[in-house]
Design a protein around this ligand. Structure first.
Ligand SMILES: NC(=O)C1=CN([C@@H]2O[C@H](COP(=O)(O)OP(=O)(O)OC[C@H]3O[C@@H](n4cnc5c(N)ncnc54)[C@H](O)[C@@H]3O)[C@@H](O)[C@H]2O)C=CC1
Ligand SMILES: O=C(CO)COP(=O)(O)O
Length: 372
């Protein structure tokens, strides 16, 4: 169970926003916060990102093609980036979040609110990211921002809806951190919905990336829309069961950070996770899949952490397990797929304790997955 986060003070209104992480998503969020009228600093780890924004007002490395408003101040020094911040958006890949928070430990004033915008589960400790941040920076107010949000579309100003969750929204939604953030960075085309279900929102973001790899593999194998719909729906059942085991609410699973993000990522080749799965099925290298661009594929980073956590909680996640077996254990895709398809038939709801074995004698060559 994720711990309930202790209420902590934060500055109202939120006016100065620091974005920590100059990848595609951090850059798109910095553009969004600037459009909403905030003063924005953007810390990037790579000096060439800072230089690119300073000299050309674009992030040529991670989000080329989108103008970054003058009000966004690129910074290579982390302490300088967060110095005057009311809120810090944490947008580094999940497995680097702890180290980034440790680097922030001596830089933050006590009133600074923290917003996790990354998606994943810490591999070494099996912790949701809110728990990681809470361990390192326990006295800060904390929120999570997630949902169906391709960075390119957000940077282009296309209509997008997100969930922002903070625990204080349960008792005083109007005065919660999530609401303060919505007022600060929300616009007509970047529309935050408020929630208090931090765990549910986090699980949705972490699990959908692993499922998007499965959807990509199916697409790469030449399977059609039926298979994709089955992966999304049965994947949602895996996501829901893990979420509930961690204290997440059922209605979050049907929200933006649940089915919203799952559908988006499993259905669009804009998704890096989906493209990665397609490439795996077609035996392509990472360089071939992403044209040599440096990108994070959180589903590949998190297939083990998601399934480790599920195993610990005794939650059966066969699709995520298949992705793990392919990526982490080197199982041939054809074997993993055939194992999935030869599972016994079951009740659609987990509460129905029904298991009907398939008849192996009827398994003809035609019924096996045909791979090129
Ligand atoms: N790109 C998108 O459309 C969206 C991404 N996200 C999430 O945002 C997070 C960041 O992803 P992107 O901005 O897309 O990354 P990206 O793929 O555009 O860039 C990679 C990022 O990793 C960082 N990085 C590499 N090594 C690092 C290290 N040792 N320490 C700290 N940072 C390091 C780079 O500085 C860069 O910011 C991920 O958790 C992702 O799932 C969430 C919503 C949308
Ligand atoms: O999280 C995302 C969309 O909501 C981005 O997905 P990818 O990392 O698969 O591109």
């Amino acid at each position: 169970m994720i711990q309930q986060l202790a209420p902590a003070r934060f500055q109202i209104p939120i006016k100065n926003v620091a974005v920590v992480g100059g990848g595609a998503w951090g850059t798109a969020l910095a553009i969004t916060a600037a459009r909403a009228g905030c003063n924005v600093s953007l810390w990037a780890r790579e000096p060439e990102v800072v230089e690119s924004i300073r000299s050309r007002r674009q992030n040529d490395i991670f989000l080329p093609g989108y103008d970054i408003p003058e009000v966004v101040r690129p910074e290579e020094n982390l302490a300088a980036a967060v110095k005057d911040a009311d809120a810090v958006l944490l947008v580094v890949p999940s497995q680097f979040l702890r180290a980034t928070c440790q680097a922030l430990e001596t830089c933050l004033a006590p009133h600074v609110a923290l917003v996790i915008c990354s998606k994943g589960i810490e591999r070494s400790n099996g912790l949701l990211l809110a728990a990681v941040v809470e361990e390192v920076l326990p006295s800060h107010a904390l929120a999570v921002l997630s949902g169906p949000t391709f960075a390119d579309e957000v940077a282009a100003g296309q209509p997008t809806a997100v969930t922002i969750a903070s625990p204080d929204a349960a008792s005083r939604p109007e005065h919660s951190l999530a609401a303060a953030l919505a007022r600060a960075i929300g616009t007509a085309t970047f529309r935050p919905y408020i929630s208090d279900d931090v765990a549910g929102v986090e699980v949705g973001g972490a699990v959908k990336n692993v499922l998007a790899i499965a959807s990509g593999i199916a697409t790469g194998l030449g399977f059609g829309s039926n298979a994709r719909a089955a992966i999304i729906t049965r994947g949602l059942d895996e996501l829901k069961t893990l979420s509930e085991a961690l204290g997440g609410r059922r209605d979050t699973v049907t929200g933006l950070a649940g089915i919203g993000d799952l559908t988006l990522t499993c259905s669009s080749e804009q998704s890096r996770n989906m493209r990665y799965g397609m490439g795996l099925a077609q035996d392509k290298s990472d360089a071939e899949i992403f044209g040599g661009r440096p990108v994070v594929v959180e589903g590949a980073e998190n297939a083990v952490s998601v399934t480790d956590l599920a195993r610990r909680l005794n939650v059966d996640m066969p699709i995520c397990e298949a992705v793990r077996a392919i990526i982490a254990d080197g199982k041939p895709i054809k074997d993993a797929m055939n194992e999935l398809l030869s599972r016994p038939f079951r009740g659609e709801q987990r509460s129905v304790a029904l298991v009907i074995p398939q008849r192996p004698i009827n398994q003809t060559a035609e019924q096996e997955v045909q791979l090129a």
